[in-house]
Design a protein around this ligand. Structure first.
Ligand code: LIP
Length: 265
């Protein structure tokens, strides 16, 4: 955990200044996408260098750099250097660094051993180690205890228009929206999952996610007492790319609602 938080803090150091620059650039015609791409790559590079220094044999799976197989085939770092890139580009202060340590047990079978999600704007460091609980800074996390669906607030995100899950995702949204107190599309899946662990959201779902969007957040929620599953079958969300997460009381009802028919009748 010390290795992970130190790497994340070092990688995050320039981000608040970058964010200030992006805010300034909003009013220019130049756009901020390239600037943010540079910040994204630099963040990933620092994380990779720091983690490699500390654990030279471990492999990597990174949003920007793809997979690097390590000498130790059992351990790899799963990294999203900036989750919520679109928010960052638009100067919306809701994005994070996400790092997980994955242990590969067998082909297609793995577990997450440790997780760090860091929101550099609000200085919130979410951490979890398997079997040791989840924390934000020094405070222990617990998922919400709300059991009335009509009072529950859910986070979600939408796959891009044209992607295979787009229509399905809209049907899920309509189904849950009719029954819940509210839905939020905040735009950073990893941070959204950390918010479930913190009891801020009562639950979360998404289809079409990547491993690096979910790996750290999943462990945080489990260690905070919540339930994380795939949506359509009993498989690892990291493999299916679909996630349904909630406190124990609401998870069955949320999962049931999300299992709307895959194709329109
Ligand atoms: C994005 C997310 C967003 C989700 C997108 C995407 P990026 O990650 O976290 O909430 O809806 O599918 O994966 O590109 O900002 O790292």
């Amino acid at each position: 955990m010390n290795v992970m938080t130190a790497a994340v803090l070092k990688a995050a150091r320039p981000l608040p200044r970058d964010f200030g620059e992006v805010e300034r650039l909003q009013v220019s015609r130049k756009g901020t996408a390239n600037f943010v791409t540079v910040a994204d790559r630099r963040t990933e590079k620092t994380l990779r260098e720091e983690l490699q220094k500390a654990r030279p044999a471990f492999g990597f799976l990174m949003e920007e750099g793809g997979e690097i197989v390590g000498k130790d085939p059992e351990h790899r770092w799963v990294i999203d250097p900036i989750d919520g890139t679109t928010n960052f580009i638009h100067a919306i202060p809701y994005f994070c660094i996400s790092v997980a340590l994955e242990k590969i047990i067998a082909p297609g079978k793995s577990e997450i051993l440790a997780a760090v999600i860091y929101d550099p704007i609000h200085n919130e460091m979410f951490t979890a180690e398997k079997g040791q609980g989840a924390y934000v800074n020094d405070k222990k996390l617990a998922v919400s205890r709300r059991d009335d669906f009509s009072e529950a607030l859910f986070g979600t995100g939408s796959p891009r228009f044209g992607s295979p899950n787009y229509d399905l995702s809209n049907r899920m949204l309509h189904t849950v929206r009719e029954k819940a107190a509210g839905i939020r599309f905040c735009g950073a899946a990893a941070l959204d999952l950390a918010y479930v662990a913190a009891g801020r959201f009562d639950g979360y779902w998404h289809t079409g996610l990547q491993r690096w969007d979910m790996a750290a957040g999943m462990l945080l929620i489990q260690e905070a007492g919540g339930v994380v599953s795939s949506i359509h079958a009993d498989e690892n969300p990291l493999d299916s790319g679909t996630v349904c997460a909630a406190n124990r009381l609401l998870h069955p009802a949320l999962l049931n609602m999300l299992r709307v028919p895959k194709a329109a009748a």
